[in-house]
Ligand binder design. Sequence first.
Ligand SMILES: Cc1cc2nc3c(=O)[nH]c(=O)nc-3n(C[C@H](O)[C@H](O)[C@H](O)COP(=O)(O)O)c2cc1C
Length: 176
Amino acid sequence: MKVLVLAGSPHKNGTSNTLLKEFVKGAASVGKEVEIIDLAHTDIHPCLGCDACGMGGDCVQKDQGNEILNKILESDALIFVSPVYYYNVSAQLKTAIDRFYAKTMQITDKNLKAGVIMTAWNNDDWTYGAIDKYFDILFDYMHFKNAGRIYGKGCGTVSMMPRKYGEEAYKLGKEI
Ligand SMILES: Cc1cc2nc3c(=O)[nH]c(=O)nc-3n(C[C@H](O)[C@H](O)[C@H](O)COP(=O)(O)O)c2cc1C
């Protein structure tokens, strides 16, 4: 099984990538192949909305967007990783999601398994309200099968992070 990760934090050793490392350990423990796209350090630009792709072709932009789309089409599962930025995913991750546009039909046809790993500073009941609804609708639209969503709260820094989220990430990697 091939798992592709779209990782949206600029912090290579930050909280969301720390959970991602646990995910990778879990996946490796059962022989799954994981590839990580570190979006903050990748040449990818926002969708131009030009519609040259017709939602089913190549993007006209000469960056790494098409390469990422091709990797998605070769995968069995997709994991979204991001810090919470103003009650949403980071712009780095949203930029990659918007670029799905060029291959919307091909991606939906795959019925990919998908999961989410996110971290937030705050520890309250509302931080993930809009985010979870967003992923519900995105998953429905893109025909993603929900494999699990980890919403880390009280995760402002690596040292603050409750241990349980690492365990959940490991389990998601193993079971996806
Ligand atoms: C631009 C920006 C916006 C943020 N917005 C929120 C927010 O809305 N809610 C929250 O709880 N934390 C917010 N945070 C804190 C981060 O989500 C938190 O520190 C997270 O652990 C950072 O993850 P990382 O280390 O993986 O980059 C924000 C941080 C930044 C830099």
